[in-house]
Design a protein around this ligand. Structure first.
Ligand code: ADP
Ligand code: MG
Length: 494
């Protein structure tokens, strides 16, 4: 069968690191110290006897962790269980000194939620969330040559694990789901969202089946992919690999695989454990967690406007396209800059919808491009709301071309100069004074008499050539639209 005869079935498990002050079951600081040199100078700083499971220590649940997890559940349309239970999940690994991880198993805090996702160029889809549970993170092994070191700073850092139903069918849908979930947790402020530091890590479960078949195939699980783009690539690669195995008459075995982003392949790590291997049982050190209706309602009232609602509001209030609204609202900081600029613009008397349209163009365009290129957030650049509020009126008044607006943005991005400074020092102000442009047109026509004759004889595609010559003669400062209007008149003798 060809590739097109198969479809992928994808379910994602996402570990979100919660931005609490202290760890989930101890008073140790949860925030990781700066500096990740090989030997980690500050290794094992944020550690109490609870984090390393010394005999006689007892876990005490951090209330803030529960609040954050409930907020995540409410924001993803989950039911919040009034009674949930912490269980021990046993496995043996040096970074887990207790010999078990405290997690939630058959009675997780949140269940039966969903998120809307908007994959690029495809229909919006509702992706169901099976459950969200709380658990503790493990420490970190650092392998040196001939020996290993263990850093327990991360042991006991609170996580939520968000498990989706196997509802996704393409890499784009999986990418869109991850980005949507990421925006929700960063909007809520429950996660710092630092991908490089592993604040948001994803396991990809994937199987294939012939199109039209209902039963699921055997899945593999790709562990710990921590970039949205790598998730998409890993999915494409793993799908192709499974199709090849099946087409060659082989069978997919249930196993855990690792994605190697440098080689763009997935490699087998181990055959997958089943739940029974973990010997789950309720942790006798922790009583069941009872959550009152009042507490849930209190937390519901603290929820900020969420990306989905903001998106709808941008479409209806500002008349922005679905796409632009999506790009702007997916990133909390980008949305904040948009709203701050827009409010400055309306104070300057720019009509709201017109201002919003121009702002959205540049934020979803040049600004997003710079963010992606450098993998940074807008607040890590030198460009702020005031800059954009100074730039937009110049565009509306035709004092700056769209090409030069991009030059101004990328200059401010690095230097933080004012718009006026960049425009003056680079000579970017657009000349829209007909009196100043007409002599340039006349000069270009004289210098290109042959082309003028050709144009008048019907070779009308020469218009681009003339506009180009005029732009060149004005050193890029003339208004191209006005040049064209003047040329139309002069060339046609109108
Ligand atoms: P485990 O806890 O062992 O990883 P779960 O049953 O909790 O297993 O499922 C984990 C993830 O795998 C979920 O996101 C689920 O949607 C997904 N999943 C389950 N079956 C399949 C399948 N056949 N193909 C793809 N994904 C699947
Ligand atoms: Mg799993």
């Amino acid at each position: 069968m060809t590739t097109n005869d198969f479809e992928a079935v994808i379910g994602l498990e996402v570990h979100v690191q919660l931005a609490t002050e202290s760890k989930i079951f101890s008073r140790a600081q949860a925030k990781q110290p700066e500096g990740t040199s090989l030997t980690e100078e500050k290794a094992n700083h944020n550690v109490t006897p609870v984090c390393v499971g010394h005999p006689g220590t007892l876990p005490v649940l951090n209330r803030r962790t529960v609040e954050f997890a409930i907020k995540a559940g409410l924001a993803t349309n989950c039911e919040i269980r009034r009674k949930s239970v912490f269980s021990r999940k046993h496995y043996f690994y040096p970074d887990l000194p207790k010999g078990y991880q405290i997690s939630q198993y058959d009675q997780p805090l949140c269940e039966k939620g969903w998120l809307m996702v908007y994959p690029k160029g495809a229909e919006p889809r509702k992706i169901r969330i099976t459950r969200i549970h709380m658990e503790e993170d493990a420490g970190k092994n650092i392998h040196m040559s001939g020996f290993s070191l263990i850093n327990f700073n991360r042991a006991g850092v609170p996580l939520i694990e968000v498990v989706s139903e196997p509802d996704m069918r393409t890499a784009e849908e999986a990418g869109a789901y991850l980005r949507a979930l990421y925006s929700v947790v960063t909007y809520l402020g429950i996660c710092d969202g630092n991908l490089q530091e592993g604040n948001f890590r994803c396991d990809v479960n994937l199987s294939i089946r012939p199109r039209g078949q209902e039963a699921f195939g055997t899945r593999t699980e790709i562990k710990n992919v921590n970039s949205f783009r790598f998730v998409e690539k890993a999915i494409e690669h793993e799908m192709a690999r499974q199709i090849e195995v099946v087409n060659a008459g082989g069978k997919i075995i249930q196993e855990t695989r690792l994605y190697d982003s440098a080689k763009n392949v997935t490699v087998s790590m181990r055959t997958k454990e089943d739940a029974q291997d973990y010997r789950y049982f309720p942790d006798p050190d922790l009583s069941p967690l009872i959550v009152s209706e009042t507490w849930i309602e209190e937390l519901r009232r603290t929820l900020p406007e969420l990306p989905e609602a903001k998106r709808a509001r941008y479409c209806s209030d500002y008349g922005l396209s679905e796409y632009d609204s999506g790009v702007l609202t997916q990133n909390k900081k980008l949305a904040a800059v948009f709203e701050a600029s827009l409010s400055l613009l309306t104070k300057k008397g720019i009509e709201e919808k017109a201002g919003a349209k121009v702002l959205a163009n540049y934020l979803a365009g040049e600004v997003s491009r710079l963010m992606n290129e450098e993998s940074i957030e807008i607040d890590q650049s030198k460009l702020g709301a005031q800059h954009l509020a100074d730039l937009v009126p110049m565009l509306v008044a035709d004092e700056l071309s769209s090409t030069n607006a991009k030059v101004v943005i990328s200059e401010i991005w690095k230097t933080g100069q004012t718009v006026a400074q960049v425009v003056e020092s680079k000579g970017l102000r657009q000349v829209s004074d007909v009196g100043a442009l007409e002599p340039i047109v006349a000069q270009v026509m004289t210098a290109n008499a042959g082309q003028v004759a050709d144009f008048r004889a019907g070779k009308e595609k020469l218009m681009g050539f003339f506009v180009g010559q005029c732009m060149k003669a004005s050193r890029g400062q003339g208004n191209p639209k006005l040049f064209q209007d003047i040329l139309e008149k002069k060339l046609r003798g109108k």
